[in-house]
Design a protein around this ligand. Structure first.
Ligand code: 5HY
Length: 247
């Protein structure tokens, strides 16, 4: 049985989508195909509430296209899990965000985990998700490396800076594991794990495996309650293409 997983990078940076694709492919089981995409419209990177809000229409357009082509499940590959609830209304199969997957995975690895994200201003969003996902008692702290998302693969010192930030976070929080707070950090997971001597969780790999597991168990979002298909409705202006017709 072929399992088709669509990995959506909510920002529009193709280089980041390629890195994300590599991380998802690294854990894909035989018989699972990974299709990684970026929306045609949206922010080049997501580093604020404004960016995140403007990424959601593009995410939903990618999920809608996946539904038309028979995708079995989706990964939302941005640490803010943008559009997660709306995507679950659109999709028949499971939708997993990298933040939720990484945080839940980290709870299996010790008493507490610490999060290291990109810019300080995105730490509040990470805390919001910690509370939303019910892992507050497991999260010992949220920190940042102070590198903009699109500079992660430009700055020659990224690995050194990220290693220092993760080591400092582990020490300050007395945490057992690190959650990487950006999809753009996925390709550094192995090097960081080696340098830190502690588990480092990449949400792209965690979410891909989670979707794969859910599909293997034939488990999907309950479509009869909160996540039922959107109601038929007109959307005007630029959002007209999102008009929903009766199911
Ligand atoms: C991400 N932004 O994973 C988040 C990381 C962040 O464009 N991809 C982005 O800093 O919130």
């Amino acid at each position: 049985m072929t399992v088709r997983i669509k990995v959506v990078n909510p920002n529009t940076s193709a280089a980041m989508t390629r890195g994300i694709h590599g991380a998802a492919l690294a854990v894909a089981a035989p018989g699972t195909t990974i299709e990684s995409t970026s929306p045609a419209m949206g922010p080049a990177s997501i580093e604020s509430h404004y960016d995140e809000a403007l990424s959601v229409p593009g995410v939903l357009a990618e999920v809608a296209e996946g539904e038309r082509s028979g995708v079995d499940g989706y990964v939302l590959a941005c640490f803010g899990d943008p559009g997660l609830d709306a995507a679950r209304e659109l999709a028949a199969g499971p939708v997993v965000g990298i933040a939720e997957a990484a945080m839940r995975t980290a709870t299996y690895l010790g008493r507490t985990f610490t999060v290291v994200t990109t810019l300080a201003r995105t730490r509040g969003r990470a805390w919001d998700l910690v509370e939303r996902y019910g892992v507050t008692k497991f999260c010992a702290g949220v920190h940042d490396v102070d590198i903009p998302v699109l500079e992660l693969d430009q700055d020659p010192d990224t690995l050194e800076k990220l290693t220092e930030a993760c080591a400092s976070a582990l020490a300050r929080d007395g945490a057992d594991a690190v959650v990487l707070g950006c999809a753009g950090m996925a390709d550094l997971c192995a090097d960081l794990t080696k340098a830190l001597g502690a588990p480092v969780v990449d949400g792209v790999r965690a979410a891909t495996l989670q979707v794969q597991s859910l599909v293997a168990m034939a488990l999907t979002t309950n479509k009869h309650g909160e996540y039922a298909a959107p109601l038929p409705k007109a959307y005007s202006g630029l959002l007209h293409p999102f008009t929903t017709s009766p199911g």
